[in-house]
Design a binder for this molecule. Structure first.
Ligand code: FCB
Length: 468
């Protein structure tokens, strides 16, 4: 199973999940620093104050990428390192850190792919309302200009946002991510301001970058299946598809929100935060669309019996829809438990759904090149007595999903690359240090990195440009 010539293989991380050094060199606090220090927010009670200590270990970590023969590395820049208070003065020491990282990558022939926002909003902006405040979008554009000007001479591709779905719904509706707010109307405001920030940020990047610069955004698109073929379930699934996919895809790639979604949610909001001209601002040309994918979503119309069944099974899951929901307006829809096989996140493993999703996005938006910017799996890895991590389950997961990407390409979908999540074990948000997604094992006491079997296997995939 060979991939097209020029297909890009890489791995991905995010600043807050790996860097640590949260108080160093002038970095300001982010919403995730505050959230992780609030009692009860993180499943295992850990924080990301140290995480993988990547901030102090750039040469070693770039060495791991080089030994993997990674062609590209997707990382995020921490806004609170660059502009510690969110707006106003730039922190040169913060810029210098990413300068060094980019140079270290280029020295080893690894192309950096820079994400501007992977959820670590500067806390002072949250104090002013965070993503419910329209001004946050303008501050994001100022920050995009700073990073584009600083790194654009060496970095070709910039992505404005990682998974605005999570930032808006898990942060402002379910409340299981920072800033921990539970309000359906707030989440929809946040969605719109994130979309607006993408448009303003993309425009700012275009002016800051040389003509060869590329602008992107990464969405965690959902493959939504109705629980049954009943009209109620089919309608609920369509609603969640609108809320998960089209609420981002349609304004970004078509300059409009789906009318049925606007109508479905009028009992929550009157959408008065959408100003004239906003949709034109959001609708900017994209060079590539990043797609993150892990697991399919099964949706049913909400009934009391179904609610009870779900809460029995999912009460420990911070991403569950019990109580405050990740789907504003879920008096209509419920995410149903699914059969295994599962990863350690409880996420169903079904690679063929990735093929179906990519084919659908290509059909709906022909002409937009796609890139898998995250895909991977958590398993309960253990270092064996021989000092190695034998993660055959992760290899099987990656094998299945890389095969699914290949199947999509064979069906005519323009997929340009694949980034495994993640280079190394790291701070998995509400799950803290309790879930391991890495190709490299991290011992959080000693910070020793140990490549897992999957690392060696993935190196082979890169060398072969495909699956043997
Ligand atoms: C995605 C996030 C990433 C990581 C993976 C497991 O939603 O973008 O940071 O946590 O899930």
């Amino acid at each position: 199973m060979r991939f097209p010539e020029g297909f890009t293989w890489g791995t991905a991380t995010a600043a807050f999940q790996i860097e640590g050094a949260v108080g160093e060199d002038g970095r300001g606090p982010s919403i995730w620093d505050v959230f992780t220090h609030e009692p009860g927010r993180i499943v295992d009670g850990t924080t990301a104050d140290v995480a993988c200590d990547h901030y102090h270990r750039v040469p070693e970590d770039v060495g791991l990428l080089a030994d993997l023969r990674a062609q590209s590395y997707r990382f995020s820049v921490a806004w609170p390192r660059i502009v510690p208070t969110g707006s106003g003065a730039t922190n040169p020491a913060g810029v210098a850190f990413y300068d060094r990282l980019v140079d270290a990558l280029l020295e080893r022939g690894i192309a950096p792919l820079v994400t501007l926002y992977h959820w670590d909003l500067p806390q002072p902006l949250q104090a002013a309302g965070g993503w419910t405040n329209r001004d946050t979008a303008s501050h994001f554009a100022e920050y995009a200009t700073i990073v584009g000007a600083a790194l654009g001479d060496r970095v070709r591709t910039f992505s404005t946002f990682n998974e605005p779905w999570c930032a808006a719904y898990l942060g402002y509706s379910a409340g299981v991510h920072a800033p921990g707010i539970t309000g359906n109307a707030a989440a929809l405001r946040a969605v719109h301001h994130l979309n607006l920030a993408h448009g303003l940020g993309a425009t700012a990047l275009r002016s800051a970058l040389p003509p060869s610069g590329q602008v992107s955004i990464t969405l965690n698109l959902a493959h939504v299946v109705p629980d049954t073929e009943s009209p109620e379930d089919v309608r609920a699934a369509r609603h969640v598809d609108d809320l998960s996919n089209r609420i981002f895809l349609d304004p970004i790639l078509r300059g409009e929100y789906p009318q049925e979604l606007l109508d479905d949610l009028r009992h929550i909001t009157d959408w008065s935060f959408v100003d004239d001209g906003d949709l034109a601002t959001i609708h900017q040309p994209l060079d590539v669309l990043g797609v993150n994918y892990y697991t399919p979503t099964r949706i049913a119309a909400a009934t009391p019996e179904r609610l009870a069944a779900i809460s029995r099974r999912w009460t420990n899951d911070p991403s569950s829809t019990v109580g405050p929901s990740a789907y504003p307006g879920t008096d209509l829809a419920l995410a149903m438990p699914q059969d295994g096989p599962y990863t350690a996140m409880g996420w169903r493993i079904e690679p063929a759904t990735l093929t179906e999703l990519l084919v659908r996005v290509h059909r709906d938006h022909p002409g937009v090149p796609l890139m898998i910017t995250e895909n991977g799996a958590a398993f309960a890895d253990e270092v064996s007595p021989d000092g190695v991590v034998h993660d055959a389950d992760r290899i099987a997961y990656l094998h299945g999903h890389i095969g699914a990407v290949h199947a999509a390409i064979e069906q005519g979908v323009d997929v340009r690359g694949y980034f495994a999540w993640s280079l190394m074990d790291n701070f998995e948000w509400a799950w803290g240090l309790s879930r391991r997604f890495g190709l490299v094992h991290v011992d959080y006491d000693t910070l020793v990195r140990t490549p897992k079997d999957s690392y060696g296997w993935y190196r082979g995939v890169i060398a072969d440009n495909g699956l043997a």
